[in-house]
Design a protein around this ligand. Structure first.
Ligand SMILES: [Zn+2]
Length: 588
């Protein structure tokens, strides 16, 4: 209350446009990209998975208000291995004993094909300590960096371009002498990554110049290329401009076959995924990021989204995201930041449809898919089959007062196998909508099923006026069937008999003698399940001239199912227009 008053006060005294500039160009200038009129990337497609590097435990962890505990880091590391990451940046081992110890854990527990990467500043004692932390690894990458953008060089480090190149070369040579050139360190397959930090804000000619010098110092091979990581440390432009920068770099770096170009996009403008995808089109080989986009400020690129975008384009990301819930679990526990309910693919609401028109479309899509022999996924509103990431269809259609007939019908079909006739769906949806409206919230599946059972008096439920004790049909000819039935009406046995051209009409004839004339308005049936557990489901719409009601019956025997559906409808009518009265009761 108090807060709200303050906000209002502020508004009235300052007026519109109090803080934002009407002409922002006075304060902010558009980033100028590299001149590349013959750019090739717009015509490319992503055809295979890149090399992935998870930096959850380094870049991600260092951005957390509450960094991960050692136990959480271990669990996270194991999950990354399980997903299939072959390169994992685990820590900044020279920064603290905890990071050093965790690097040792990763080295000692990584599968042979997983490369452990560690980040280090270009300083001698820190580099020595980092190499020590990786000793004995099967595969290891040392990652050095140097801020190369004009702003960082001049404002933060006071370093000329020449000095920056000298420093990068010096660090590279030191790492080389301590790793791949050291006869005592040959049990490890060493790799080297250099990041011209703030690449996206660095004149691309200078980025090339420094990387050429570093490459000459490292002497990579085509089998073990040097990794040039091109970070959008801060996202300063549109993704198309970043793509131009990456393509320019890729086309102009010498000995391209001895270089792996890596992307490391942050998400300041919300385009981290787009920049990464366009960067791949522009020729990059490798992607660095975090699960669900954790990381400094607005985060690193979300690897889950990049991978599943690829997947829904029909390209295997070579990361196993089959059990998304267990991944979310580990990520939320480690980061202590919840995954947004609308996060692409992983968010809890992203496969859920509440609105009637969406639900109808999805339901039609599934019905058509079930009939076809075509494995291609074509379901409206669902770009990914939730089952592929370990989710079920229950979450797909959710029912509240905005939902149409399709929503509740979907739940009934998924839960009980009952494919309600269209007119009955309309009838039931009125009950569901009124109940949801009355409660002012979404209805759970169990509540919808309970509503169906009580509304249609299914299976002689206890509130029924009339139940069946016994019955016997006798077929007199092809067109004549007699029935004798014993009913329980308010606890008393009542015998009735009737005749008709089949079981349904003879039974209606028999009960009509007791309760007044009934007429069947609609009837349909289908089987539920397969093999020995197959059941018959029958639906009947019955009228006594004043009230019309639907009934549902289910049984192994089709005759008994039909009788059950008639009893279900008769009870509804006998309870004096329950279908109309009940919703109003809820409303009040
Ligand atoms: Zn970063």
């Amino acid at each position: 209350m108090f807060k709200r008053t303050l906000v209002l006060l502020q508004k009235s005294t300052k007026g519109p446009w109090a803080n934002m500039l009407k002409d922002p160009s006075k304060k902010y200038t558009r980033f100028k990209g590299v001149d590349l009129p013959d750019r090739q990337w717009p015509n490319k497609v992503i055809e295979k998975a890149p090399r992935w590097l998870s930096t959850d435990l380094r870049d991600g962890n260092q951005s957390l208000p509450d960094p991960m505990s050692v136990e959480q880091k271990k669990e996270y590391f194991q999950k990354l291995v399980e997903i299939g990451f072959k390169e994992i940046e685990v820590a900044f081992p020279s920064a603290s004993q905890t990071d050093f110890d965790f690097t040792r854990y990763a080295v000692e527990n990584a599968p042979d094909d997983v490369r452990i990467q560690a980040l280090v500043q270009s300083r001698e004692h820190l580099i020595r300590r980092t190499v020590e932390s990786l000793k004995g690894a099967k595969k290891a990458t040392i990652h050095t960096y140097l801020a190369t953008s004009d702003m960082f060089r001049e404002i933060v480090f006071g370093m000329s371009q020449k000095e920056a190149i000298e420093k990068a070369v010096w660090a590279t040579k030191l790492v080389k002498s301590l790793t791949k050139d050291d006869p005592a360190m040959q049990e490890t397959d060493w790799s080297y990554e250099f990041s011209p930090e703030c690449f996206s804000d660095t004149p691309v000619e200078f980025a090339l110049e420094i990387c050429e010098a570093v490459k000459a110092a490292w002497e990579p091979t085509a089998e073990n290329p040097i990794i040039f990581n091109l970070p959008a440390t801060v996202e300063v432009s549109g993704p198309h401009i970043y793509a131009d920068q990456v393509e320019y770099f890729s086309r102009n770096i010498s000995e391209r076959e001895k270089v792996a170009i890596s992307l490391h996009c942050h998400n300041d403008r919300g385009c981290g995924v787009a920049a990464t995808e366009l960067g791949l089109l522009a020729g990059a080989d490798r992607v660095e990021g975090c699960l669900f986009g954790n990381g400094e400020r607005t985060g690193n690129v979300d690897l889950i989204t990049v991978a599943l975008n690829m997947y829904t384009d029909g390209v295997s990301p070579e990361l196993d995201l089959s059990d998304i819930e267990s991944i979310i679990d580990v990520v939320e526990k480690g980061n202590k930041i919840p995954i947004h309910p609308r996060a692409p693919y992983g968010g809890s609401l992203v496969v859920s449809a509440f609105s009637g028109s969406h639900q109808d479309a999805i339901k039609k899509g599934f019905a058509l898919q079930a009939k076809k022999d075509d494995p291609r996924w074509r379901i409206p509103y669902l770009p990914l089959d939730p089952q592929d990431i370990g989710r079920n269809y229950e979450a797909v259609i959710r029912v509240n007062s905005q939902s149409g007939k399709g929503g509740a019908a979907w739940v009934v079909q998924r839960t009980l196998g009952l494919d309600l006739p269209r007119a009955m769906q309309v009838d039931f949806s009125r009950v569901v909508q009124n109940t949801a409206d009355g409660l002012g919230r979404e209805l759970k599946s169990e509540e919808i099923i309970a509503l169906l059972q009580s509304n249609y008096n299914i299976d002689n439920c206890s509130s029924s006026v009339m139940t069946i004790k016994d019955y016997n049909f006798e077929k007199k000819s092809d067109s004549v069937t007699d029935v004798v039935a014993v009913l329980l009406v308010d606890g008393k046995e009542v015998s009735v008999s009737g005749t008709g051209n089949g079981p349904i009409s003879s039974f209606v004839d028999a009960v009509s003698k007791e309760f007044g004339d009934f007429e069947v308005q609609a009837y349909s049936e289908h089987s539920v399940g397969k093999g020995s557990s197959t059941k018959a489901a029958t639906y009947v719409q019955l009228s006594n001239g004043k009230t019309t009601a639907w009934g549902i019956g289910m049984h192994e025997s089709i005759t008994r199912a039909s009788v059950n559906s008639l009893v279900s409808a008769i009870n509804t009518i006998l309870k004096d227009e329950v279908t109309k009265a009940e919703p109003e009761k809820v409303k009040a």
